[in-house]
Design a protein around this ligand. Structure first.
Ligand SMILES: Nc1ncnc2c1ncn2[C@@H]1O[C@H](COP(=O)(O)OP(=O)(O)O)[C@@H](O)[C@H]1O
Ligand SMILES: [Mg+2]
Length: 298
């Protein structure tokens, strides 16, 4: 099972966009059974697939809707409130993924306030209570036998939740805008990647799919300059996506992120659409790396 995690500790660089793009590519185009996990308390990834509700106990936060399998008259559901989120792994409860409008894509949504409390667990307990939980969930036989691919969207931090996502990952990709702040985030995640790989045997090393330029504008000198600098970097150059494989800044990418957008996925656009073609090139490039490395990962 592939566990694919876009990470960058800066916000607004395209983690959620790339998570959705790759999850939709794997499920819609490759027909692989895919699980989308939202580990960001902002719930943006969840909202793309589910009508998330306002959390009555914390009006700025969101909770998942009632699960379609929940039956309040069924005695087996007696101890369940009908909602399930990935944060249940931190409370010793089972996670019941939701189906989405894409038949091969399920989602384990976020619960804003519960994820936030996992982020605030005390230092001496965090390894046991948070860091390893996602790995344990993804090692469950029923999860491994149901899904070919898991895509984990992460929060813009290097906190306990991102550490748990990187710990569970077989592959990471680092999306970045070619601007200074986002590139600082690239270095932050590379450090986390190296720390985690240091603890793993050669067979289990996390594969770095690469550093993916997002919202690239060919006419912006700064974007071209920083991209060329990264490409020439003696250690990092080999990880940077090639010149013709990057995402430009396009309104349609932002539009498909909105609730109720039409089309819902960039892959529902006509084959002649340039945004779809660009997304396809990026996903094909990542898939080639991800699936050819499969044999080396657990
Ligand atoms: N290539 C792109 N072109 C235009 N807008 C984009 C692009 N990638 C992301 N966006 C938009 O930019 C914002 C931040 O992207 P998002 O994927 O949410 O970043 P993150 O998850 O890293 O915070 C969102 O509104 C998203 O729709
Ligand atoms: Mg996000």
């Amino acid at each position: 099972m592939i566990v694919f995690t876009p990470a960058n500790n800066k916000g607004g660089v395209g983690k959620t966009g790339v998570s959705a793009m790759f999850a939709e590519y794997c499920s819609l185009i490759l027909k692989k059974k895919t699980l989308a996990i939202d580990l960001d308390g902002q719930c943006n990834f969840s909202s793309r697939y589910l009508p998330m509700e306002v959390d009555p106990s914390s009006p700025e936060g969101h909770i998942p809707p009632i699960h379609p399998d929940y039956d309040p008259t069924d005695p087996e559901d007696e101890d369940w409130d009908g909602r399930s989120s990935i944060s249940d792994i931190f409370y010793g409860k089972p996670v019941i993924p939701y189906p989405t409008y894409i038949s091969d894509l399920d989602v384990a949504p976020a619960n804003g306030s519960r994820l936030l409390s996992a982020e605030h667990v005390r230092k001496n307990e965090v390894a046991h209570k948070v860091h390893d939980r996602l790995n344990e969930f993804l090692s469950l036989p029923e999860v491994k036998s149901t899904y070919d691919v898991v895509v984990i969207d992460t929060a813009p931090s290097k906190g306990p939740l991102t550490i748990s996502a990187v710990r569970a990952a077989t592959h990471i990709v680092i999306p970045s805008i070619m601007e200074e702040n986002s590139i600082h985030g690239v270095y932050g995640i590379l450090q986390l990647w190296m720390q985690e790989n240091f603890k793993r045997s050669n067979r289990e090393k996390i594969q770095l799919v690469g550093i993916m330029p997002n919202m690239f504008d060919n006419r912006t000198a700064l974007h071209n300059q920083l991209y060329d600098d990264l490409l020439k970097h003696p250690e990092l150059g080999k990880y940077v996506f090639p010149k013709d494989i990057k995402l430009s800044r396009r309104v349609i990418f932002a539009e498909t992120a909105c609730t109720g957008s039409n089309p819902r996925s960039v892959f529902d656009l006509p084959k002649s659409n340039v945004a779809r073609q660009e997304a396809l090139r990026v996903c094909e490039y990542m898939a080639e790396k991800v699936f050819s490395f499969q044999g080396e990962c657990v």
